[in-house]
Structure formats: C-alpha cells, structure tokens
Design a protein around this ligand. Structure first.
Ligand SMILES: *Cc1c(COP(=O)(O)O)cnc(C)c1O
Length: 361
C-alpha cells in the first residue's frame, strides 16, 4: 500500500470544479492584486472566527512579522515563546532585532508551559507568543492572566490551528493579535502561500492593513515602513471555496484523529493529549515512541510517509546560537523532539489505511 501524508490530490478533487471556476473568474477579471475576492474572504474569516477584523497577507510568516510590527516590537525588545515549533515563530522576532526568550513546553500538550513564563519576564519583555501546536490551542487564559499582570501583549501563532477552540472560542479571537497560515498542508490550505492576522482592536487592524501595503495611508502616501505582504487574489478565490467547506473538513479531521486514537491505544506509544477545554484542528496527528528513527524507516519501506515536527528545538538551531542557549536548557522540548513522529493526517485517511498503519506500529 502507498499512503499519502496530506493527500492534497484528493483534497483538490473534492472541490475541483468550484475552485477552477473561482480561479478562472479572477483570471478573466485580471484583478490579481487586492481584488474583491480578498474582501469577501476577510468578511468570511471574520464571520467564521467571530473576530472583528481579519487581515489577509502573503503567508503565516508575513502574518507574524506584521503582527510584531503592528505591536510596535523594536530592536532589543523581548518576546517570550516556545522553542518547540516551526522556525518562523522566533525567526520573525529575530528579524526585527528583538529577542526570542524561550520557556519549556508542557509535557502533555507540547504547548508553552504558562507556569514557567513569569520567571523570565524582564523590563524588556513586550509580548508573549504562544503557539497552538499541531492544532491545539495553548493555555490562553493562564497566559492572558500573566500578560495583564505585567502589561504585555499576547500574540497567538495559530498557523496550525485555524478553527480550533479554547473554551468554545476560536483561537483566532483570543489574545491581542492572532495569526494563521494557509500554506497548502495546513488544515485550511490555499494553492501557494497565504496567511491572515486577526484582532478585535480597530486601531491595530488599521495599522495591519496599512503595513501589508508598504505602510501606505493612501496610494503613494506612506505612514509606516511596511511590507509588500498582500495575499494574491487567486489564493483568496481558492480559499473562499475551501472555507465554505471547511467546517465539514475539520469534522472529518477530528473523526480521523479519534479513529487513530482508537486503533492505536494499547500500543507502546504516547498518543496526542487534548486538554478538556480545547478542541484541535488536527494539523498533525503526532505520536511519541522510543525507537522512533528505526520505526520511521520501517514505515517508509512499507509506503507510509511520516514527518518529524520538529527534530531540532529552536534554542539548538544554528541561526539561534547567538542567543547563547545550550543543550539541556529546555529538557522537555529536547526529549519530545527525539521521540515525536507525525503520521498521515488529512480528512480522508481511510479505515483500511489506518489499520495498515496501526498493524505496522
Ligand atoms: C507553518 C507555520 C508558520 C509559517 O507559516 P507559513 O505560511 O509557512 O509562512 C508559522 N508558525 C507555525 C507554528 C507554523 O506551523
């Protein structure tokens, strides 16, 4: 058997006609930059997430950079975040000359451990940046409590968690600013790069809209130093179709996850843990196992693709070495990065495929 990891092919087949019509429509109109599809998408994102303002942009990475710029993060400022995530999370902090300050993760959820945040707050701390890893929201209430006490901003990296809820509220609607990514393999993916920033604050929303178009206030008048970070109209057209089906896709992902949990329980593995007050967008179904590398090879030989999210925690990445962290600083992140492995996850993993995977595991 040969199994597909994200199965973008099948995801495309499901909505192919609608998507091709939507994209052709943009090509006929030639409204490639900031066409009406962008506005339609932003209003739909606001409706779906119950957040006041959604601002689309070129990628999840752009969304992080825009969020930090809107929050006025300056060189020397510190942002507290997790080392167990994709590089963008702290890369964009560093790009602005600010400093990522890491704290270790919770051993069960793999998200930032709020109990460890207060210890690293300094006079330079400006924001806390939790990541909703694999699709599960971080412990936002605890994080917000600390942020209020020290007057810090909370910026949520929801690149993997679009549609996930914390206490019944979409994670895009929590914190001062939240971001997501529409990278093709994310739960809501477009056909290239894409992202969005969310906020309930009108002034931040205005600033974000301006920053993504070179900081302009009106055409050729520039209030801020900004970016060229717009979403393409063609990507918005794809997303308009996919968002209209998204809740259904998300329910299918949740079903796949619970079927995985059923067939895999009782084996010598640590399965994903979802906190009581959360649900997940299931960007990944990631399991922990002791002899991971050996098993990964064996699965590969049998046609089962897997992925390691992530093999090197950020404090041990070469580009972050200037921060001066060393091995042993964040032991939970280090252990998990040695044991974690994601198995095929998409809305269409069949029972047959799942049994095949479970038998080999
Ligand atoms: C994917 C991802 C990003 C970056 O999103 P892109 O759209 O690929 O730029 C940022 N943070 C996390 C946690 C991600 O998984």
């Amino acid at each position: 058997m040969k199994i597909d990891f994200a199965n973008l092919q099948l995801q495309h087949q499901m909505y192919k006609d609608e998507i091709e019509t939507a994209v052709k429509n943009v090509m006929n109109k030639c409204n490639f930059i900031m066409g009406e599809e962008i506005d339609i998408l932003e209003r739909s994102l606001e409706k779906y997430t119950s957040v006041k303002y959604a601002i689309t942009c070129g990628s999840g990475t752009d969304a992080l950079l825009l969020a930090f710029m809107a929050a006025d993060i300056k060189p020397g400022d510190e942002i507290i975040t997790t080392p167990f995530t994709f590089i963008s999370t702290s890369e964009m902090i560093a790009l602005l000359g600010a400093k990522p300050v890491f704290v270790d993760i919770d051993e069960k959820t793999y998200n930032i451990d709020p109990a460890k945040i207060e210890k690293v707050i300094t006079l330079k701390t400006k924001a806390i940046l939790p990541v909703c890893l694999y699709g599960q929201p971080a412990d936002i209430d605890e994080i917000n409590k600390i942020a209020r006490k020290y007057n810090l901003k909370v910026i949520i990296d929801g690149a993997q968690s679009f549609g996930a809820e914390y206490k019944g509220i979409k994670d895009s609607a929590l914190g001062d600013i939240a971001i997501t990514s529409f990278f093709p393999a994310k739960p809501l993916g477009c056909y290239g790069d894409g992202g969005a920033v969310f906020t309930n604050d009108e002034l931040l929303a205005q600033k974000l809209r301006s920053l993504r178009i070179h900081g302009q206030s009106k055409r050729y008048h520039h209030k801020y130093i900004g970016l060229g970070a717009r979403l393409d109209t063609i990507q918005a057209a794809v997303l308009n179709v996919k968002l209209s089906h998204y809740q259904k896709d998300l329910e299918l992902r949740r079903e796949v996850a619970s079927r995985y949990t059923k067939v895999l329980s009782g084996k010598d593995l640590i399965l994903p843990y979802i906190a009581n007050d959360c649900n997940s967008a299931w960007a990944q179904y990631s399991i922990r196992l002791k002899n991971r590398d050996e098993i990964q090879t064996k699965l590969k030989e049998n046609g089962i693709p897997t992925a390691i999210h992530y093999p090197v925690p950020l404090h041990l990445q070469e580009c972050m070495s200037y921060l001066g962290y060393k091995k042993g600083d964040f032991p939970i992140s280090e252990i998990i990065s040695n044991e974690i492995m994601s198995i095929p996850m998409n809305p269409y993993v069949s029972d047959k495929e799942m049994k095949y995977i479970a038998n080999l595991l």
